[in-house]
Design a protein around this ligand. Structure first.
Ligand SMILES: N[C@@H](CCC(=O)N[C@@H](CS)C(=O)NCC(=O)O)C(=O)O
Length: 201
């Protein structure tokens, strides 16, 4: 069944889904969905929250980036290791999904929206949330190659894009060597595709 991904190239939420589609080698059509298009009646029928990304596969519609990641793996690559099988590892992966939708969104993603795209908001607060998260992540990655273990999982894809692009929100990664090494490991995975404008670090 043909897959369509609704999103924009500069949305980190969309990018994490693109990464997985590329890495699973699933063919898909990209439907560019501008901010105006997200408010159209046709798009609101797909996602009443008016948010990208949305994934359509035949009659199946899945909204929310992390939900889409899980759907794609369970539907197309259930034994691939992208989502762990053991109970505690699943809980840890879910924790990183929550961090991606919480601290990562409210910190680096929001700082980037304010600084790069002139969205309203409190830049200093978003940057402070980002630094608190990155201090935790950097310590977490001292003894790990990836967020859960030694092989990549959906937790890494959910957290990659907005971490790599944090400098666009005035949050440099200079003080976080283990995060930088982890970003490079993700970028070395087969079929990795960058989000446009990947900052130097
Ligand atoms: N929890 C959602 C959040 C998605 C989200 O915030 N998307 C932004 C773009 S990155 C959006 O569509 N915002 C509404 C808009 O810009 O009109 C997810 O993970 O997919």
């Amino acid at each position: 069944m043909r897959i369509t991904l609704y999103g924009t190239p500069t949305s980190g939420h969309t990018h994490r889904v693109e990464l997985l589609l590329e890495m699973l080698e699933l063919p898909y059509t990209y439907a560019f969905t501008s901010a105006e298009a997200r408010r159209s009646a046709a798009f609101l029928r797909l996602n009443p929250l008016g948010q990208i990304p949305v994934l359509a596969e035949g009659e199946t519609i899945v909204c929310d980036s992390n939900a889409i990641l899980l759907y794609l793996v369970q539907r197309h690559a259930p034994k691939s290791g992208w989502w762990p099988e053991e109970a505690l590892a699943q809980a840890e992966a879910q924790r990183w999904f929550s961090i991606a939708a919480g601290e990562l969104k409210n910190g680096p993603a929001t700082a980037r929206l304010i600084q790069q795209f002139h969205a309203p908001g409190d830049l200093a607060t978003a940057q402070a949330i980002a630094h608190a998260l990155f201090a935790f992540m950097d310590a977490h990655l001292v003894e790990r190659r990836f967020l859960l273990k030694d092989t990549p999982t959906l937790a890494d894809l959910a957290c990659y894009s907005y971490t790599a692009h944090a400098p666009e929100g005035g949050v440099p990664l200079t003080d976080y060597p283990h995060i930088r090494a982890w970003l490079t490991r993700v970028e070395c995975l087969p079929r990795f595709k960058p989000m446009p404008g990947l900052p130097e670090r």
